[in-house]
Design a protein around this ligand. Structure first.
Ligand SMILES: [Cu+2]
Length: 308
């Protein structure tokens, strides 16, 4: 490579860096803006609200902008797996703890969706999804069996420690040994089948804007109208972003007019996609005393800023 070309390449690199920084600024901008609002965060480093805030707890002020679960430690809370590697198999015991700011395992949690702590395990290719509720022992160690296939896994702990009541999702890497055969992500589709149930997705995720997603559940062509409550609602939805497995907060949406949610056939959720891209949605629902998971791939387009 001759020197002018090298220099040109260097310039392009600088431009790319600059562009990335600008993009990042755009993403975290709302966090800084939100810092002016009253916040329960209370973990200022005692300096400028603004710059300091941008690196802290990105999910809380900006639930709508940055996904959760991308870090293993936040605000002094750390997800610690007993072992960073586990063997493949069914019912493999996983043990972990949440270390609090005092360095000890957190023992007291606030109940969210009927549970002290939700554990989501998924292989990095977005297969093998499991949403389970570990048991905590007297030492604050959580234990749960997982069905693990070889590959790189991500484990998310979704909880609120009683000490501050903040919702947090921490994520840790888990390596499972063996021959790994990564699976391609299924194509986007509005219909998913699971155990004879058909689930139809209505509604779209939109970058930077809260939208409602509705799932219609039927079996053998008959709408299911006697869903059982699961985790305090008629469905539980987790959305993960392909590429980094960013974890989106999703909330059940109530029917308009303050009516109580119906036990099917439709369940609704509200969430905001943090960016354009591809997401995998995992809907847990309970019927006939069994919890099943329907999974969907959805794509979120870029904003059409210029009305074209
Ligand atoms: Cu859960």
């Amino acid at each position: 490579m001759n020197t002018p070309v090298k220099l040109a390449a260097f310039g392009v690199g600088l431009l790319a860096l600059f562009g990335a920084a600008t993009g990042l600024g755009a993403v975290v901008g709302p966090v800084g803006a939100a810092a002016d609002e009253p916040s329960s965060a209370g973990h200022d480093m005692g300096s400028q609200p603004g710059a300091g805030h941008q690196e802290q707890a990105p999910h809380e002020a900006a639930g709508a902008h940055l996904p959760a679960g991308l870090v293993v430690s936040e605000d002094g809370y750390t997800l610690v797996l007993d072992q960073p590697t586990l063997p493949a198999g069914a019912g493999v015991p996983l043990a972990f703890r949440i270390e609090g700011p005092d360095g000890h395992a957190v023992a007291d949690y606030e109940v969210r969706h009927d549970e002290d702590l939700h554990l989501i395990a998924v292989r990095r290719d977005l297969t093998g999804y499991q949403h389970v509720h570990p048991e905590q022992d007297a030492d604050g160690v959580w234990r749960v069996p997982l069905d693990l296939s070889p590959g790189s896994w991500r484990v998310f702990a979704d909880f609120a420690a009683s000490a501050d009541g903040e919702d947090r999702v921490l994520g840790a890497e888990l390596a499972v040994g063996g021959e790994y055969a990564p699976q391609p992500l299924p194509a986007p589709a509005a219909v998913a089948e699971v155990d004879g149930y058909t689930v139809v997705l209505d509604g779209a995720l939109t970058a930077g804007e809260e939208t409602e997603l509705r799932f219609g559940i039927s079996r053998d062509g008959v709408p299911v109208t006697d869903l059982e409550s699961y985790l305090g609602a008629y469905g539980h939805l987790v959305a993960l972003r392909q590429g980094d497995l960013g974890y989106l907060h999703v909330h059940p949406s109530d029917p308009p007019g303050g009516a109580a949610p119906a036990p099917g056939p439709n369940v609704g959720f509200a969430t905001t996609a943090p960016s354009a891209g591809t997401y995998r949605l995992f809907l847990d629902f309970k019927h006939g005393d069994v919890v099943r998971t329907a999974a969907f791939t959805v794509t979120v387009g870029a904003h059409e800023e210029h009305g074209s």
